[in-house]
Ligand binder design. Structure first.
Ligand code: IPE
Ligand code: IPE
Ligand code: MG
Length: 247
């Protein structure tokens, strides 16, 4: 069964000014490449390099969790060669991460339906999970073959199985349900960033973003620097998080 969830309760925002948990929709890779007369896949390569930089920066400024949307359940509908290149890049990325995670103290988890990935990727995911379980500290979550609705439905299925088998009893609570999500045990995102100019959620963290602050920018993901992240955090710090209450 899922582990205990240490949820950020509504009404208990982080106090330091630095979001505990930042979520980013890594969007705009294709347009970044097109602007330079390059194939879309070159944009994905640049985007994956940028993730490395931003993850390290987040760790350095004291963010606890960074959750990024790298490949959605809908992205399988893209041209076959684009999907193939993205999967190759992910393989390369995870391979490199495995050799550097311990040194850099970056824990990494994959959120999504891993069973839909290639056996090679599944092995790499299992290995990164195993390394991550060995130490504490900053954690990056990579959403891969991830869909918010899919996450909720699969949580509901697993809860129903546990209920039918008598492993859980009583009335289902929000906290309990959260334990069945990929994000079990992780506080909800304080700040959700979408580069790339679109102002939509595209099936990302539908449950967890109930009270996240949203930040949209036209900057394309491969151009999204640590200075851009600072801007997003500064904007976040100006927001008034009320969680339904009156201040
Ligand atoms: C995001 O960049 C990466 C994935 C969805 C895999 P896009 O590939 O969506 O880039 P644009 O939006 O077409 O520019
Ligand atoms: C969202 O970007 C998914 C990821 C970044 C992985 P998309 O480019 O797929 O989203 P839409 O199609 O513009 O909504
Ligand atoms: Mg896009």
């Amino acid at each position: 069964m899922a582990e205990e969830r240490n949820n950020n309760k509504a009404g208990e925002p982080e106090q330091s000014g630095i979001p505990r948990h930042i979520a980013i929709i890594l969007d705009g890779n294709g347009r970044w490449a097109k602007k330079r007369g390059l194939p879309r896949t070159a944009g994905h390569a640049a985007g994956s390099e940028n993730f490395r930089k931003i993850a390290t920066y987040c760790r350095d400024i004291g963010v606890e969790y960074l959750t990024v949307y790298a490949f959605s359940t809908e992205n399988w509908q893209r041209p076959e060669d684009e999907v193939r290149t993205i999967m190759k890049l992910l393989e390369r990325y995870l391979n490199e991460a495995i050799s550097t995670m311990e040194r850099d103290h970056i824990r990494m988890k994959v959120f999504g339906d891993v069973s839909g990935l290639s056996p090679k990727l599944q092995k790499l995911v299992a290995k990164t999970n195993e390394i991550s379980s060995r130490y504490e500290g900053f954690q990056a979550n990579i959403c891969l073959n991830y869909g918010g609705r899919n996450e909720i439905v699969s949580a509901a299925r697993r809860y129903a199985e546990d209920y039918a088998a008598g492993r859980v009893t009583g009335e289902l609570t929000e906290e309990q349900f959260g334990n069945y999500l990929y994000s079990a045990g992780i506080s909800d995102p304080d700040l959700l960033i979408r580069p790339g100019g679109e102002q939509r959620i595209s099936n990302f963290l539908l449950w967890q973003c109930a009270y996240s602050e949203f930040y949209f920018t036209d900057v394309l993901w491969p151009d999204f620097t640590s200075a851009e992240l600072d801007k997003a955090i500064a904007e976040y710090q100006r927001r008034d998080r009320r969680f339904g209450k009156v201040k």
